[in-house]
Design a binder for this molecule. Structure first.
Ligand code: HEM
Length: 389
């Protein structure tokens, strides 16, 4: 992200400085200072092979919205929703008010806004494309640890709206939901946050509300690992470049977590809370050594710890985690996992964790939803055009 903002600054320095009212004489100096970094001016390209918001460096704020299609919505209706969302997205992500925007002033600071659209299982029925629905697009199997509530689960369509400014996110969510309300109603809204931009040095892994460094073992965008894990390779063909989202709302039992001392917390995770390093290493990105034993022959990383249980048992069992914290209605994690195939990649890991994971004592899944994220689209297209055209 450091590179990203610096590039923008150098490329568009004059415009950015102009916007904050600095004269040309001061420009040379101001470029190097924080005052010129108007985060709000930063934009993310909405078009491409993939939808934005997945390989995008996570923005500080995310709102996930599930919608249900009204019963009379057919294929043309679904296409209509998608075209409206594509047009709103094109505009809002570039700082341009949506058509008919009642508060255009709220659209001027895109702050790296991305809008990622997903299809739930029922959207395939409504659009008369049930035959094209991948088998993994259905609710996850139920797990003993689950305490799922309807108010955080399911949905026919998904909007994932992310930006570095919460006002931008709120306005985009309102605009996108308002513009389709004759065809779809909001089922649930889940808001999440990470560290605000500028609070910490760029590139640091975020901390969740248990205090842990969260997101260390993750594929890096634009690498072969990322492409293999995240983007669907074309099964079915129209889905090439798309992916899936499993969103689990996982409550943290922070009051009882508080009762553990630090060594116990580290053993539950298999990593140190202080710096995120595996118990067998000294730095966050050291490889964990699951075979290492201490002088008494006891594994240094407990086999029941979260990372020992979660680590992949095969190359298939890998995915991108792009989680957000929440603290409304309890506290926890909006655990968002992206993978080309839910059944092959995600379910085996979730199953193993549900069977046993030391962390389960302090975490409770209270919401669950699975969406298909269609591939990216072009300036004349919309999310899902490869399926519906
Ligand atoms: C690793 C926290 C739920 C899968 C980690 C790490 C933390 C963490 C702190 C170590 C650092 C890292 O690599 O990110 C949590 C919390 C959860 C949660 C607080 C619930 C509130 C889940 C769930 C899954 C999962 C539901 C999957 C079904 C993983 C995986 C790793 C991991 C695959 C990397 C393991 C490795 O290869 O080392 N988690 N996690 N986690 N977690 Fe979770």
């Amino acid at each position: 992200m450091a590179d990203f903002s610096r590039r923008r600054l150098l490329g568009g320095g004059a415009a950015v400085l102009g916007a904050v009212g600095l004269g040309a004489a001061g420009a040379g100096v101001a470029v190097a200072t924080r005052v010129s970094e108007r985060m709000g001016a930063n934009t993310v390209e909405p078009h491409g092979v993939h939808q934005a918001g997945i390989d995008t460096e996570p923005q500080a704020f995310a709102t996930f919205v599930a919608l249900d299609l009204r019963p009379d919505v057919d294929r043309a209706g679904v296409i209509g929703v998608m075209k409206v969302w594509a047009e709103d997205t094109r505009r809002l992500t570039q700082g341009v008010a949506a058509l008919g925007d009642t508060e255009p002033e709220l659209a001027v600071d895109p702050a790296r806004l991305t809008v990622t659209v997903g299809y739930g299982s029922a959207a395939f029925d409504a659009s008369a494309s049930a035959a094209a629905r991948p088998t993994w697009l259905r609710p996850l199997p139920s797990f003993d640890i689950d305490r799922l509530e309807d108010r955080w689960s399911g949905g026919d369509l998904l909007l994932q709206v992310c930006a570095d400014d919460p006002v931008t996110v709120s306005h985009a969510v309102r605009t996108l939901t308002k513009s389709v309300r004759s065809r779809a109603s909001v089922r649930w809204v889940q808001r999440g946050f990470r560290h605000a931009v500028g609070t910490r040095p760029d590139g640091l892994t975020m901390r969740n509300l248990m205090g842990q460094v969260d997101g260390t073992v993750n594929p890096q965008p634009a690498t072969p690992d990322f492409d293999r894990q995240v983007w669907n390779a074309g099964e079915p063909a129209w889905l090439a470049g798309g992916t899936s989202l499993v969103l689990r709302r996982i409550r943290m039992e922070l009051d009882t977590w508080d009762e553990l001392d630090r060594p116990a917390k580290d053993l539950v995770m298999g990593r140190r809370q202080s710096d995120g390093a595996p118990l067998t290493g000294t730095a966050e990105h050291d490889d964990a050594d699951f075979e290492m034993v201490d002088d008494h022959g006891i594994p240094v990383i407990p086999p029941e710890s979260h990372v020992a249980r979660a680590r992949p048992r095969s190359a298939d069992e890998q995915f991108l985690r792009r989680a957000y914290n929440y603290d409304d209605d309890g506290a926890g994690l909006l655990f968002a996992a992206y993978q080309g195939d839910v059944d092959r990649q995600f379910v085996p890991v979730q199953k193993r964790l549900a069977e046993h994971d030391a962390l389960n004592t302090w975490t409770t899944p209270v919401g669950s939803a699975v969406f298909l994220i269609p591939p990216g689209y072009g300036p004349d297209g919309y999310p899902g055009d490869a399926l519906l055209e």
